[in-house]
Structure formats: structure tokens, C-alpha cells
Design a protein around this ligand. Structure first.
Ligand code: ADP
Ligand code: ADP
Ligand code: MG
Length: 623
């Protein structure tokens, strides 16, 4: 067994590898960029070497720096993780040429599977069914168009060097093929430095089903069953599970045998994944599942396979790289229960999934499940790398049990102020179509209305925020709610400000249990995976432009005045309701910013006002 290991990666996968290596008594060496210096994987490694500035092409992708760090620290082996240099054959060769052990696929296998067209041709020769399409040399637009026409629309144009869901264009009709081809080529050459493409039939109701394979240096190859990764957004996996729903034993046996055949065809050693596309418009059958590509590395979603087989795939990698035979024979591997994984990303679904960066001032993971995280509370999400915060992994007896556990785990996530897709994941895991196994790669887009939380807080959030602002009587946790009725009287209305917008909430007697915490002095509410800042309203925040410091009460938005509760000259107390506006069916109360006198009042019930209209002015003084 190797005795020391350099991990040429970062974040959760570096920590994941360190965990297993440590358990095997292997000394670990982290390499990191300067912005990553305080990350957990750097601290958890026995030794750490800074290899340059934040941009990956100046640090994590610089082969010489990584090899120099290995020399410096006396590392015996290098594990590349996933992404970065993991599927770079030249790097694998350089590692071996330096006399080090490469904990990855043989360079020749990486090359053979590196380009999608060559890989598919190889699979055809090996007798593995591939997605129908054109993968020829002639790359002229005319020829490609003619091939697409012959295949029949919709088709998919794919960059042969593509990866990570990039360099793909679905084309629905011949008229737009030329434009799609040009744009696909532009993206392919800028992202992968290679504008060669192939054309594939676009499989309707596509399901992404992949098989985990493993080879050793003694000529054995086994599979560890399949994973279903059909829940994708923009061709990127979001929720993965194992085994695949609706997979019968006969289909599984054929699929897994095809995967082993594919791996044998390239003399595969180590962890690999054969990705297939299945026609999900009917039951899964062997004749409607086709080879798509092979990933010659450990996959992001490897934990779901670990959960159903009880194996540690990183341990398998380290043993195989050390020259040991595979830890288990095929017949010793069995599926136990159901596992699911959700990728928690730093992104905001409400803004079209824009990435969200910044400090992780508050970060609490659900208990009782496996969490593979790269960051911790007090850390930061920087714009330099993949926005994945963590993988939430659950295991249960049944698929329904696993889905329920995953939905629960995602809804318990608490992150602030970085935004995440936790609520979106929770909704997806709890979705009725998901439960009914009606899944394909179009699921997320089809269900977007239900899955993506809105930009405005819904009633349960407002209820929870209002409840959190109730004066608490220790003897009566429901405070003023005793004897509360459905038709709330106006004095049961509570003004709350959620995400800088004022709401007047009619409190209900019972409501959802939200968690409220203070993050850097600001109250934040967590409910169902959502996170909302809220507070007791101060008129200050309601005004556009001039604030409450001068006592100006401005209309925060265009709307109609529905109540004027003060008169000129009247004394008011801080927080007292002055006026109520209605806009877009939402009532907004404007409150006194401080104790004082109504010096001026220019608002009448029923009046339509524009944003910023001066409605009243409070003069500081005796309340
Ligand atoms: P998986 O298939 O394991 O889910 P992905 O295809 O999403 O993984 O890729 C895993 C990681 O590798 C991601 O961080 C992704 O950004 C990165 N990656 C994948 N392919 C490439 C590529 N060709 N070039 C650069 N990074 C890639
Ligand atoms: P990448 O290297 O980016 O992972 P893949 O070839 O694995 O590229 O395809 C990524 C995703 O695109 C698949 O998981 C699937 O959702 C979709 N896809 C790929 N090929 C097809 C196809 N022929 N028909 C329908 N969807 C496809
Ligand atoms: Mg793929």
C-alpha cells in the first residue's frame, strides 16, 4: 500500500479522499491556491503546499507546480479527484514518468475515451450499443446538416471534447441547424480548444443512467450497479440516486454487462463510469439504452453507489493503485436499499440560478445523514471555482423512504447570506412526479413553476416572520394569540419587514415552525430550505430616498392608500401605524420612525400615490 498521497484537487472531494487515506494510515498532502488557504481540506491534510493564485489555470491546473509539490513533500502517489486534471492523459503520464503512482485511469484509457466520437466508434467495435448518430471526419456544415436531416429531428450537436454539460445544442428543426452548429462550435473551441462535433439523435424523455465500473491491474473488471442521474438542469446533474427506478433484473444484468464490456475494451483500471442514455417514454428495456460516454475518473455522485453497496470507492482506488486486486468479486457485490444525493449549490433559483458568492456566516447541515461538504461556517464561497457547497446523501430501505429523507434534509438546510438551491432541492425530492418515478432530464424544466421558489416570500414565510416578532410571554408561548380567531381583527395584524419589504400579516393561530437566528446582528428565518432576512419594521426602510431620520413618510411603492390612522397634530409613538398602502394585493403599513408629532399629513383614504410620494412628516418630540 502507498504510504503518502498528494491530492491534486480542492473542496469536498479533497476532504473525501483525505478521510479514507487517513483511515488507511496514508500520509496526506494538500495543494491549494492562496484563496483556499483557510479551507478545511488544507487544514485536514498532514501537509499543505500553496501552488499559486486563485485562477485554476495558475494553480490547480498547473502540472509542473503539482509535480514540484509532490517532490518537495516526498509524496508517493497523486489522486486527481474529479474535474481539473483528472482526465488529462498527459498529466497522468507525467506523474508516472516522475516515478509516482497515479491514482486514476491508465493514460491510454483516458485517451481512448477522451473524445466522444472516438469513444463511440470504439464501443461500436466492442459490440456496445451507442446512441444513433453521425461521428464522422467530414465536419463541413453541409455534411453535418445532411446527416442531421437523415437522423431526423430533434438532434443533439455535441462537441467531441465537451464535458460538464457544455458544448451541446439541441436542434428541433432543420431551419435552425446552421446557427446552432456555429454557436456550438464557438463554445467548443473557447471551452475545450477543439471545435469538432458529432450529431446524435435526441432521445425523447431521456433518462441518464450510468454504471460504476472498477478494474484492477490483475485483469479483473467488475461493476457496482447503476445510478440514475436524470434530474438535471442545463445538462448538469442535480439529484442522483441508486439503483435506477424501474430497472428490472434482466435489464440491469444486460446494462451492467455492457458497461463491463466497455471498460474491458479500453483495458480499464481504477474507478470509471459508463454513461448511458435511456428512452424513458416506456419501461426500461435493454434495446432502448445506449452508450453515451465514459468518464475515466471518480464521479461526483459516487456516494450513492457507496451507500447501496457498503463499499468505500476511494479505498478501492487506493488499493488498486497500490497494485492490490479488487477488494470484492462480482458475486460478492449486492444492492442494499436506496440512496439519493442532492447537490447543494451556491446559487439563487429565484434569479434564474445566478451564482451566489460571499461569506458563509451561517451554515448548518442537517443531522443524521451523510454530508460531503467542502466548506464550513465562517468560510466563503468565492467566484473562482465550482459553486457546489456540499452533497447531501441519504440511504433508506425504499425509494420513497430515501426521497422523504432527502426532502427533509434539504428543507433543514440553513445557509446565510449566501443563497442556495436548498428549497428547490427539497421541493424536487418531495415532488409527486418524482415519487411516481416519472423522471427524465426534462423533469426540472417541466416542473419549474412548482420547484423554483418565488422572488417574494409566500404566506408561510410571512406568518413565521410575524410570529417571530410577537412579544413573548414566557408563561404563554403563543403570546397575544390566545383565543385568536380566523378573521383577525386589525390589532392582530403584525407589521413585518421581510427582505426589505413591508408586509401587514394577519396572524393565524397555528403556523409552520421556522427557525430564526441572528446572523451578524440581523434576524434571519429558515423554513423549508428557504432563508429570509426579516425585522421589526422601521419607517426608515420603507422610504425611498429620504429616510426616517428626517421623519418623512414616503410611499415605498406605487399603490393606493387604504387607511389613514392619524390626523395632523397628533402625537404618535415609535412603531405606531400611520398609514396603510395597498399595492399588488399586498398591504403595507407605514410606521412612525420615532416618537413625535404629525407635523404634516397629505394622504386621503382611496388616493392613488406614486412611489416616493411624501405622505406625512413626523417631527421628533413628545410622543
Ligand atoms: P459528474 O459526471 O461526476 O457528475 P460533471 O460532469 O458534472 O461530473 O463534472 C465533474 C466536475 O468536473 C465538475 O466540477 C465539472 O465542472 C468538471 N468538468 C467536467 N468536465 C470537464 C471538462 N471537460 N473540463 C473542465 N472541467 C470539467
Ligand atoms: P458531458 O460530457 O457534458 O457530460 P454527455 O454526453 O454525458 O456530456 O451528455 C450530458 C447530458 O446531456 C446527459 O446527461 C443527458 O442529459 C443529455 N444528453 C446527452 N446525449 C443525449 C441524447 N442523445 N438525447 C437526449 N439527451 C442527451
Ligand atoms: Mg456526461
Amino acid at each position: 500500500m502507498i504510504r503518502s498521497l498528494l491530492i491534486a484537487n480542492r473542496g469536498e472531494i479533497a476532504r473525501r479522499i483525505i478521510r479514507t487515506a487517513r483511515g488507511l494510515g496514508i500520509r496526506t498532502i494538500a495543494v491549494h491556491s492562496d484563496v483556499d488557504a483557510a479551507m478545511p481540506f488544507v487544514r485536514e491534510a498532514d501537509t499543505a503546499v500553496c501552488i499559486g493564485p486563485a485562477p485554476a489555470r495558475e494553480s490547480y491546473l498547473v502540472q509542473e507546480k503539482i509535480l514540484a509539490a509532490a517532490r518537495e513533500t516526498g509524496a508517493e502517489a497523486i489522486h486527481p479527484g474529479y474535474g481539473f486534471l483528472s482526465e488529462n492523459a498527459e498529466f497522468a503520464e507525467a506523474v508516472q514518468a516522475a516515478g509516482l503512482v497515479w491514482v486514476g485511469a491508465p493514460p491510454a484509457s483516458i485517451r481512448a475515451m477522451g473524445l466522444k466520437d472516438a469513444a463511440k466508434k470504439l464501443m461500436v467495435a466492442a459490440g456496445v450499443p451507442v446512441t444513433p448518430g453521425y461521428m464522422g471526419e467530414d465536419q463541413s456544415p453541409e455534411r453535418l446538416q445532411a446527416e442531421a436531416d437523415a437522423i431526423g429531428y430533434p438532434v443533439l450537436i455535441k462537441a467531441v471534447a465537451g464535458g460538464g454539460g457544455k458544448g451541446m445544442r439541441k436542434v428541433d428543426e432543420p431551419g435552425v441547424f446552421a446557427d446552432a452548429l456555429a454557436s456550438c462550435r464557438r463554445e467548443a473551441s473557447s471551452s475545450f480548444g477543439d471545435d469538432h462535433v458529432l450529431i446524435e439523435k435526441y432521445i425523447l424523455n431521456p433518462r441518464h443512467i450510468e454504471v460504476q465500473v472498477f478494474g484492477d491491474t490483475h485483469g479483473q473488471v467488475v461493476h457496482l450497479f447503476e445510478r440514475d442521474c436524470s434530474l438535471q438542469r442545463r445538462h448538469q446533474k442535480v439529484i442522483e440516486e441508486a439503483p435506477a427506478p424501474g430497472m428490472d433484473d434482466v435489464t440491469r444484468a444486460e446494462l451492467c454487462a455492457a458497461a463491463v464490456k466497455a471498460a474491458r475494451a479500453v483495458d480499464y483500471v481504477g474507478a470509471g463510469t459508463i454513461e448511458f442514455i435511456a428512452d424513458g417514454s416506456g419501461p426500461l428495456t435493454p434495446d432502448r439504452i445506449w452508450f453515451m460516454e465514459m468518464n475515466t475518473r471518480l464521479q461526483v455522485e459516487h456516494p450513492v453507489t457507496e451507500m447501496i453497496t457498503g463499499q468505500d470507492l476511494v479505498e478501492w482506488q487506493l488499493r488498486v493503485a497500490s497494485g492490490e486486486p479488487l477488494p470484492k468479486r462480482q458475486e460478492e457485490l449486492l444492492i442494499s436499499g436506496w440512496a439519493m444525493e442532492a447537490r447543494l449549490y451556491a446559487e439563487n433559483p429565484a434569479t434564474g440560478f445566478l451564482p451566489s458568492t460571499g461569506p458563509l456566516a451561517w451554515l448548518r447541515f442537517p443531522g443524521g445523514i451523510r454530508v460531503d461538504a467542502g466548506v464550513e461556517e465562517g468560510g466563503e464561497v468565492t467566484p473562482h471555482y465550482d459553486p457546489m457547497i456540499a452533497k447531501l446523501i441519504v440511504h433508506a430501505e425504499s425509494r420513497r423512504g430515501a426521497a422523504a429523507r432527502l426532502a427533509q434534509a434539504c428543507s433543514e438546510m440553513q445557509v446565510w447570506p449566501v443563497r442556495t438551491n436548498a428549497a428547490f432541492l427539497a421541493r424536487a425530492a418531495a415532488d409527486e412526479d418524482f415519487a411516481a418515478e416519472r423522471i427524465d432530464t426534462g423533469f426540472i424544466e417541466r416542473r419549474a413553476d412548482r420547484l423554483v421558489p418565488g422572488a417574494d416570500p409566500l404566506e408561510p414565510i410571512l406568518q413565521a416572520a410575524a410570529r417571530a416578532l410577537l412579544p413573548r410571554n414566557p408563561a404563554d408561548p403563543w403570546g397575544t394569540l390566545t383565543g385568536f380567531r380566523a378573521n383577525a381583527a386589525p390589532d392582530r395584524r403584525i407589521a413585518v419587514e421581510v427582505a426589505n419589504v413591508l408586509y401587514l400579516v394577519d396572524l393565524k393561530a397555528t403556523g409552520p415552525a421556522a427557525t430564526t437566528v441572528e446572523v451578524a446582528g440581523e434576524p434571519v428565518l429558515f423554513l423549508s430550505g428557504e432563508a429570509w432576512p426579516f425585522r421589526q419594521p422601521v419607517a426608515d426602510h420603507a422610504g425611498a430616498g429620504a429616510g426616517a431620520s428626517d421623519g418623512a413618510i414616503l410611499a415605498p411603492m406605487p399603490g393606493r392608500v387604504i387607511a389613514v390612522e392619524i390626523s395632523a397634530g397628533e402625537a404618535v409613538a415609535k412603531g405606531q401605524r400611520l398609514l396603510v398602502l395597498e399595492a399588488m394585493k399586498m398591504e403595507q403599513a407605514l410606521l412612525a420612525p420615532f416618537d413625535g408629532i404629525v407635523e404634516m399629513l397629505d394622504a386621503a383614504t382611496g388616493a392613488q400615490v406614486s412611489e416616493g410620494t411624501l405622505l406625512a412628516r413626523i417631527a421628533k418630540g413628545e410622543g
